[in-house]
Design a protein around this ligand. Structure first.
Ligand code: XIL
Length: 320
């Protein structure tokens, strides 16, 4: 047995991981990723982001993202596609040009239509809009908000819905929805507002970038997921990792705490019917984004950098 097979046996759709094209020539990585018992889903960690997929106007570069799509097909994995409208990892021609509402609407239409059409039915789901909210619940400043106001969110979903096969799940995705009450409430209101406008929104992705010992309790995590599923949408942990705050000085106790934190997240998904699955944001510390982005933090994944399964892995498996 493995994480995916046990998760499916518990009624869920998938247990998956973010993957990156530079992981393709790592045989140990591929050996674990291709084990159908361990993984049933992939999310391209970077290769579908705007700056990589349309770096210059009209210049679509699908080669890297196609490698992940092909890999997910050959391993029989579901593909969560990530992401269309996001303030980060934008190419300069988007972030540094002056747009009018009309030209920016046109740009969003061209980009989203081309990308969504390219992948077609390969995508089980799309993170249509990513990280639109601030911690205090206001909308985050970006080229999109600054030029178009909040209509850019509904617009992005509508363009995606127009280009995607009808079965594609369209998600709003964000971080700290689990820990920041104002942000969580704002996301609930955002979903309601989209629904009231007749916009197709099928799910909310909660990134679940947690820190050892600061992960919300099981009760809190299930309550958070239920706040969204009560609106009639699916939910998923889309980027789960649990980082040690200070890797150099993490104790044996912290190792066990990390295991408990991972189990709480996985268990919350099982307890909430419309939680469809869990994606870890890389399964090995070898490729985790955490140390590069948050200096001093790390050791956030289920496997060590040399591919040993950690206590957290065994705890999740034991729970399942
Ligand atoms: C991160 C990647 O993991 C890094 O490799 C990249 O340098 C920056 O982006 N929220 C998201 C993801 O939605 O796309 C981010 O991924 C992590 C935070």
């Amino acid at each position: 047995t493995g994480l995916h097979s046990l998760f499916v046996a518990a009624g869920k759709l998938y247990f998956g991981t973010a993957t990156e094209t530079n992981n393709l020539d790592d045989p140990t990585y591929q050996n674990i990723l291709s084990n159908p018992l361990e993984f049933g889903q992939q999310t391209p960690e970077n290769s579908q982001k705007w700056g990589l997929i349309q770096p210059n106007p009209g210049d679509f570069a699908f080669n890297n993202s196609d490698l992940i799509t092909d890999l997910s097909k050959s391993y029989n994995h579901l593909l969560r596609c990530h992401t269309l409208t996001w303030h980060s990892q934008l190419p300069p021609f988007v972030s540094a040009s002056s747009w009018t509402p009309d030209t920016l609407r046109q740009l969003l239409t061209t980009h989203i239509t081309a990308v969504v059409s390219h992948f077609g039915s390969a995508c089980y789901a799309w993170d249509v809009v990513n990280e639109a909210l601030n911690e205090n619940g206001t909308l985050r400043s970006s080229v999109f908000l600054d030029v178009l106001g909040e209509e850019y969110i509904a617009l992005s979903f509508n363009i995606a819905a127009g280009a995607a096969p009808p079965e594609t799940k369209l998600y709003y995705n964000d971080f700290n929805l689990e820990t920041s009450p104002q942000k969580q409430t704002a996301a609930v209101e955002l979903v309601k507002s989209l629904q009231a406008q007749g916009v197709k929104i099928d799910g909310v992705g909660l990134q679940a970038h947690f820190t050892v010992g600061q992960t919300p309790s099981l009760e809190s995590l299930t309550a958070t997921l239920r706040r969204f599923t009560d609106l009639g949408v699916d939910v998923a942990w889309t980027e789960l990792d649990v980082a040690h705050e200070d890797v150099e000085n993490s104790s044996e106790l912290a190792v066990e705490q990390q295991a408990e934190d991972y189990v709480a997240a996985v268990r919350a998904c099982i307890e909430v019917e419309r939680c469809v699955g869990v994606t870890v944001w890389q399964f090995t510390d070898k490729y985790s984004w955490v140390p590069g982005t948050f200096p001093g933090k790390g050791d956030a994944c289920l496997w060590t950098a040399d591919y040993q399964r950690k206590s957290a892995y065994w705890a999740v498996k034991g729970f399942l």
